[in-house]
Design a protein around this ligand. Structure first.
Ligand SMILES: [Zn+2]
Length: 329
């Protein structure tokens, strides 16, 4: 997937920093070693000089075999002595060699001219961070989700609010525990303040802990970003949000229906939801709107997609934020 230019620049800077830090750190260790063991520096020079003489002997082509044998023996002896000196000082080769963040590409970001997996992971991480900066992913857990705020009085012969919420809480916990790139979609409905965002974020933290790329935001945040990119023609900002929304492992679209209403945004949101259904990528949507209101705001096709491909979780109860504020339980 493509990222904004800024994301590539940030990744490049991070790789450079990692590489230079590893090299500098190794050089410092080596200098410290030479300071206490001057012989080691002389031996290291002998290793380098026997290696370069061997190369020259091959180029000259005269008496190659005899010269090479001698040089090879000298080189191996010097290497043996160097290891010995290291051991005497309680060191190993790893202590004086650069310890790269990624051994495959030695923090250059490329292996055999192809982008290394660490580089791709870094680009993704930076892109997620940039997007989540708009809507900070505050940590919520299942443990601090309290059922005591929900009434246990039966409602018209149906299960009580608390029972309903216990069912949803358990469902979400299971969803988080077993989360994978092929998990299903969830649709949280219900009034404001019933814990929809809380449970979305608890699932998000669990998925992030498992190493998945999670994008969380309110529909309004995404709408603003999409609108901005629509009119920004500069390379720096174009195209980022839509790609991330389509491509991330888990998308959490909070407060659907509260975004600025425009045919462009509505089309984009429908597009993202549809694309993710086709790619079988998990999405969690929450909304305060009823199905009828959603149908009015988007369209019938949208609602039927959601009904067909999402597990609906109807949150119930009274606004728990208000209850918390006034100390009623
Ligand atoms: Zn790498």
């Amino acid at each position: 997937m493509g990222y904004a230019k800024q994301v590539y620049l940030e990744a490049e800077a991070t790789l450079n920093r990692r590489h230079n830090d590893a090299v500098r750190h190794a050089q410092q260790k080596l200098d410290a070693f030479y300071a206490v063991c001057p012989e080691a520096e002389a031996v290291r020079r002998r290793i380098a000089s026997t290696a370069s003489q061997a190369a020259k002997a091959v180029l000259r082509g005269t008496d190659v075999r005899a010269s090479l044998e001698t040089l090879k023996a000298e080189n191996l002896e010097a290497q043996r002595r160097f290891s010995e000196l290291l051991a005497t000082h309680g060191l190993t080769r790893a202590d004086i060699e650069p310890q790269y963040h990624c051994a495959k590409c030695e923090d250059t970001g490329y292996v055999d001219g192809r982008m290394c997996s660490c580089h791709r992971a870094l680009l993704r991480q930076i892109a997620y961070e940039n997007l989540n900066r708009i809507s900070p992913l505050t940590l919520s857990t299942f443990e601090d989700f309290s059922l005591e705020y929900y009434s246990d009085a039966p409602v018209d012969g149906r299960r009580s609010d608390r029972e309903q919420m216990r069912y949803i809480l358990d469902y979400c916990k299971r969803y988080a525990e077993t989360f994978s790139a092929k998990s299903g979609n969830l649709f949280f409905t219900g009034a404001t303040g019933l814990g929809k965002t809380h449970l979305s974020l608890a699932i998000a933290s669990a998925a992030i802990d498992k190493g998945f790329g999670v994008v969380y935001g309110t529909a309004q945040n995404f709408a603003i970003a999409l609108e901005r990119e629509r009119f920004a023609r500069s390379e720096e900002t174009s195209g980022d949000t839509l790609e991330l929304l389509n491509d991330c492992d888990l998308l959490i679209l909070d407060d659907l229906g509260m975004e600025i209403s425009s045919s462009y945004i509505t089309a984009m949101i429908y597009n993202v939801i549809d694309t993710r259904i086709m790619l079988a990528k998990p999405t969690i949507i929450s909304t305060n709107l009823s199905m009828q209101e959603l149908e009015k705001r988007y369209n019938e096709r949208f609602v039927s997609r959601v009904l067909g491909f999402y597990d609906r979780m109807p949150f119930r109860g009274k606004d728990i934020r208000a209850k918390r504020k006034f100390g009623r339980h």
